[in-house]
Design a protein around this ligand. Structure first.
Ligand SMILES: [Zn+2]
Length: 1027
């Protein structure tokens, strides 16, 4: 019995017109299935090709996959492919004759294990298109429906993998039919740097972060399965049958260890696959090291082909043709990969340039920059020509035109800034005053960077490329030239500046927001305060005015009046901030750990103690005002441009980190409730060991890690429900350095708060308050200006990004922010290593310190050292297979034996029966040493030398045994760096010049730097110590 149907086709002609064609269409009960598993071969009347018997599943590509990745589907490695008629017709109608012929040839080719299934003629498979359903959706639905039919037709004996790029389809069908998997086959290859030879993962696209409980990664085990793809490549993956799945390794391991040095106990088997094709090569410049002379000799006769080792563990060795191997052996060198032959174990590449000598500060910093694809050449002449002039002979002035256009706050408002001491680039100021009607007016005034940076000007393009100011441990690379960042856009005290302001009218009693005004202004900041001074004023300690330069040359009377005015303003601001905060606290503001440690010196100037520093209340006041401004701007630009506004979003927390946090807390008898931010905040507050404050800090730092990094996105690319802003990190500065991602105001003090609850719904958030150092804020300023301008709307709108371009830009900014975080972390570690490098761990007291165990692994523990802020792995089993043993004097020794790991402890038992157990949160004594690496960065090594907390021996005087003299420390590190610099001058001069060009700004004392290193420690970017 045949059923007649009509099918409407819309074809596009060569002239671009759309042609409507109605086709008659007959449905049959049987069409050839071409499967050897067919239960009714006679009815199916197979002729021609049959699918192979030798497959573990069939692959059904969605129509879009057939259109876009036919080249991949042509790979002979891919077997058991069923092309649905629907998909083939989509190619025919939308991709033209050539592509369609390719597909037909593929189907005819006997060597390819693929068949055509005429699903639209099969009466159970055919689905009419529904009213209002798009062609695309209907095609995907038809193909899925046919896949399910096919699965059942083969009597559920052969699993089917439908491959699609449609995330909605993955969501919708992914778990609908058992045996029919709907996945994307495309993802980014991510090599595990601790097991670069064996472990890589591919996170498939479409595996949305929503199901973070779900393991969405596919394990690629071994180099062969990686099929010449390199870390970062976009690859196509084929799943292996379940009996070939493997587990990931959980033991600690060293970076350069052999494949299985200590790789016991892999975890549960996880989806495992192999790479069948590379869609996009993400090759970049790689820093490599040439082999030493001895190694070259051992590499054999083919001396012109040299295998070089990339600095990044995740990149395979590269074969370079060069005669210069010997001259280059002491340098860090940039190379590029050209090709990777299928017959070769290694890719081929060529030499690009020399960066510097191995181990030199400048060479190593240059390495970090290249490895993070950070290019910071000095601003060009063309770019500088666009900059305004401000010199003593030719001072910059407010122009009369701007005076006309802008609201002038110079006389009416007391504007001031609160920043860390010595801050050069002030991008935000505050004001508060009482209005005539008795209400209050709160103002946040941000540097008007976009006044000076025109869209698509040279400087705009450069700032966009950089995306952020990069802060390395000892220097920074500015996003904008200093004439803007440190001068004309810096809202310094006593000078006229352009600003973009947001002002709220607040009810005098309830502080409820009555009105809000946005616009361009002219301000003159009256005071450039630093945090500590502002706090003193707030606390009523007025003697601090002597430290505030603005009060210097005033007569007593006006000084008194001005002081009163300022104290009132700071007090009022704090009051408002407290109020806003209290309102938020009520629904679960979450304060997480960002360590700030204060160095306490005794009378002899010895470091006496490191005390976690209580953030000043005035920090919170400023942060609160900035949060408010960011939120209100987000709201405004989203309302005006719902499809092309740049907002900020926090992906949901990583549940697996939360479960680790819960387990850890349990070890100390605490219960952490992660159901909501409110319960999390409360239970973290309660998880306080009165004898050991470190416990709470470590738990908070784990919670911090569970919160995924916030990302920028375009509102057009995301449904409104997904805007959810789980929490924003706010860091408050200590001494002028900061993270690239956050402003000075946001350093080291993390305030995560909650938007999940109705009522307070601060659900939209963006970055508006730091346009000097973040390109995102520049985009947001332009959006805001377009949103509030009435007359010239069209003209300004022309300068805005479309949703698609903005999405692309967000991706770029997010990527650059990650690079900024990584480079900061890596440069910090570089300095840590340089500090310990020339110390003999066997004799130097400072190499021995107290450490706290914060994680248990199969063959060791992870230890945090509060004194230096170092986190790292300490092995309990060494390379020779000996285990740690602590005698009655608690000193450790290596002996034969075995380890037994439990939930929150690990026990080492020697063959002669001694045993020692290490618990989570135990204090132990560790020795810090540096593992020097020629090809990679040096790393700190931790060795447990006693299972007891570190005690300063009583017999010695405190200032001898306990921490270093401050002056001594500064002298020491400065000296070694100076020596390095001296040595450098003697070396290759060209390289030296290049370095100097690189460093646009430099400065700050090394002492400050080392303090920061300590502080940064808990804020790890990548929490992977061999996980
Ligand atoms: Zn059949």
């Amino acid at each position: 019995m045949l059923q007649k149907r009509e099918k409407v086709l819309l074809l596009r002609t060569f002239q671009g017109r759309t042609l409507r064609i109605v086709r008659e269409h007959y449905l049959r009960p049987c069409v050839p299935c071409h499967s050897p598993l067919c239960p009714q071969p006679a009815a199916c009347s197979h002729d021609g090709k049959l699918l192979s018997n030798d497959v573990t599943h069939y692959v059904i590509p969605d129509w879009k996959v057939v259109q876009d990745y036919l080249e991949i589907l042509e790979f002979p490695e891919l077997k058991g492919i069923i092309f649905m008629q629907t998909a083939c017709q989509a190619v025919q109608h939308q991709r033209g004759r050539r592509q369609y012929n390719k597909l037909r040839n593929l189907l005819k080719d006997a060597r390819h294990d693929c068949i055509l299934f005429a699903n639209e003629f099969q009466q159970c498979c055919y689905l009419p298109r529904e009213r209002g359903e798009s062609m695309e959706k209907w095609q995907t639905r038809s193909i899925y429906n046919a896949a399910v039919w096919y699965y059942h037709h083969c009597q559920d004996r052969m699993p089917i993998v439908m491959v699609t790029e449609d995330e909605e389809a993955i969501q919708q069908y992914g778990s609908e039919t058992e045996g029919v998997f709907v996945i994307s086959f495309k993802g980014i290859l991510n090599v595990n740097k601790h097991r670069a030879q064996i472990e890589a993962f591919v996170r498939l696209q479409g595996a949305s972060s929503k199901d973070s409980d779900l393991v969405s990664d596919i394990l690629i085990h071994g180099m062969k399965a990686r099929n010449r793809s390199i870390h970062g490549d976009v690859v196509v993956v084929e799943l292996l049958p379940k009996n070939e799945w493997k587990g990931r390794t959980v033991a600690l391991c060293e970076n350069d260890c052999d494949d299985k040095a200590s790789g016991e106990s892999p975890s549960e088997p996880m989806p495992t696959g192999r790479v069948v094709g590379i869609l996009q090569k993400n090759w970049r410049d790689y820093v490599v090291t040439f082999p030493s002379k001895e190694e070259v000799q051992s590499q054999g006769k083919n001396a012109q082909k040299i295998l070089v080792t990339p600095w990044d563990y995740r990149i395979p060795k590269i074969r370079i043709s060069t005669q210069q191997a010997e001259t280059l052996q002491d340098f860090r060198v940039v190379v590029r990969i050209d090709s990777w032959e299928s017959t070769s174990v290694y890719p081929n590449g060529h030499f690009v340039r020399v960066l510097g000598r191995i181990g030199d500060l400048e060479g190593e910093i240059a390495t970090i920059l290249v490895e993070n694809s950070i290019s910071v050449i000095p601003f060009s002449e063309a770019q500088m020509c666009e900059m305004p002039v401000n010199t003593p002979e030719n001072p910059w002035k407010v122009s009369p035109e701007e005076e006309q256009k802008r609201k002038d706050l110079r006389k009416s408002h007391l504007v001031f800034s609160i920043d860390p001491k010595g801050c050069e680039d002030v991008d935000d100021t505050l004001s508060v005053r009482t209005l005539n009607n008795g209400n209050l007016e709160l103002g946040v005034h941000i540097a008007d960077v976009t006044h000076f940076v025109a869209p698509n000007s040279y400087i705009d393009i450069e700032a966009r490329t950089r995306a952020t100011t990069y802060y390395l441990a000892d220097r920074r690379y500015d996003m904008l030239p200093s004439v803007l960042s440190a001068d004309l856009c810096s809202l310094l005290g006593g000078v006229d500046r352009y600003a973009v302001s947001i002002m709220w009218e607040l009810d005098k009693a309830s502080y409820e927001i009555k009105k809000v005004w946005y616009g361009r202004t002219i301000i003159r900041s009256a005071y450039k305060l630093f945090y500590e001074a502002a706090q003193e004023l707030l606390d009523g300690n007025l003697s601090v005015v002597d430290d505030i330069p603005e009060f210097k040359d005033l007569d007593e009377k006006s000084r008194q009046a001005k002081l009163e005015e300022l104290v009132w303003a700071i007090g009022k601001l704090t009051d408002i901030a407290r109020h806003v905060r209290a309102k938020r606290d009520g629904c679960g503001a979450l304060e997480l750990e960002g360590v700030e440690v204060r160095v306490q010196l005794d009378d002899k100037k010895n470091i006496h103690d490191l005390i976690p520093k209580q953030p000043l209340e005035v920090h919170e006041t400023v942060a609160e005002c900035m949060i408010l401004a960011n939120h209100w701007v987000a709201k405004k630009i989203w309302e005006s441009f719902p499809h092309q506004a740049l907002l900020r979003q926090h992906p949901p927390p990583h549940q697996e980190f939360f479960s680790e946090l819960r387990e850890c807390a349990k070890a100390k008898g605490f219960f952490i409730d992660t159901r909501s931010n409110k319960t999390l905040a409360d239970s973290l507050d309660n998880a306080n060991d009165p004898h050991d404050p470190i416990v709470n800090r470590l738990l908070r730092s784990m919670a911090t890690q569970a919160m995924s990094n916030a990302l920028y996105f375009s509102t057009g690319s995301c449904a409104e429900e997904e805007f959810h802003h789980y929490g924003e990190s706010y860091h408050i500065p200590m001494c002028g350095c900061n993270f690239a991602l956050v402003t000075l105001k946001e350093f080291l003090f993390i305030l995560i708060f909650c938007f999940l609850f109705e009522g307070l719904a601060l659900d939209k958030y963006t970055h508006f308050t730091s346009p000097i150092r973040r390109y995102s804020d520049i985009v947001v300023h332009r959006l805001l200006m377009a949103a509030i301008s009435k007359d010239k709307k069209m003209e300004i709108k022309g300068n805005l990004f479309s949703n698609k371009d903005l999405e692309e830009l967000c991706r770029h900014i997010n990527n650059r922010n990650r690079a900024a975080q990584h480079s900061q972390k890596q440069s910090t570690e570089l300095f840590q290593c340089m500090y310990f490098k020339d110390k003999d761990p066997a004799t130097e007291e400072r190499c021995i310190s107290d450490g706290v165990i914060y994680s248990i692994r199969a063959n060791g523990v992870l230890v945090f050292i509060p004194r230096f802020g170092i986190k790292g792995a300490a092995y309990l089993k060494n390379k020779d297979g000996l285990v740690i043993s602590c005698g009655p004097d608690s000193c450790s020794e290596w002996k034969p034996g075995s380890l037994q790991r439990f939930q929150n402890k690990i026990t080492s038992t020697t063959t002669d029966g001694e045993s020692v157990t290490f618990h989570l949160f135990d204090h132990v004594t560790v020795r810090i040493s540096i593992q020097v690496s020629r090809c990679h960065s040096d790393t700190t090594r931790l060795e447990i030398i006693s299972n007891k907390p570190y005690k300063i021996p009583n017999t010695e005087l405190i200032h001898q045994s306990s921490p270093l003299l401050k002056s001594e420390l500064v002298k020491e590190v400065t000296k070694s760096v100076e020596e390095a610099q001296l040595a450098q001058e003697v070396k290759v001069n060209i390289i030296q010049e290049e370095y100097q060009e690189y460093c646009q700004t430099k400065g700050r004392s090394l002492y400050t730097l080392l303090e920061e290193i300590r502080d940064l420690a808990l804020l790890d970017v990548s929490n992977n110590y061999g996980i």
